[in-house]
Write a protein that binds this ligand. Sequence first.
Ligand SMILES: [Zn+2]
Length: 113
Amino acid sequence: MFLINFAQQIKCIMENIFGFAGTALVITGYIPQIYHLIKEHCSEGLSIKAYLLWCVSSLLFLVHSFIIGDIVFQFVQLISLISSVIIVIYCRKFKDHYCVYHLNKIKEANQKG
Ligand SMILES: [Zn+2]
């Protein structure tokens, strides 16, 4: 009995470690995009349609996570939804705006043909 409870506790701890590590990576992935978008007013390489799909997807997964009662899944989907909404809003606001770096890249690509 003690070994079963101990094994269940270890399994629960491992699930949370992997879940929160995955969540940290999701946050790490969104931060540079959001930072560049807001700080540089540059929407280069960001697709509004793709992020709208991510919003819907995150919302559906968020509902699912509440139904199954998975707190890590709820947290990561909430982060994903908020990040995607921020990206969509600022992509619309800064549509066709580019930072100096990306503007030069676009000019270089156009000169090459
Ligand atoms: Zn840029």
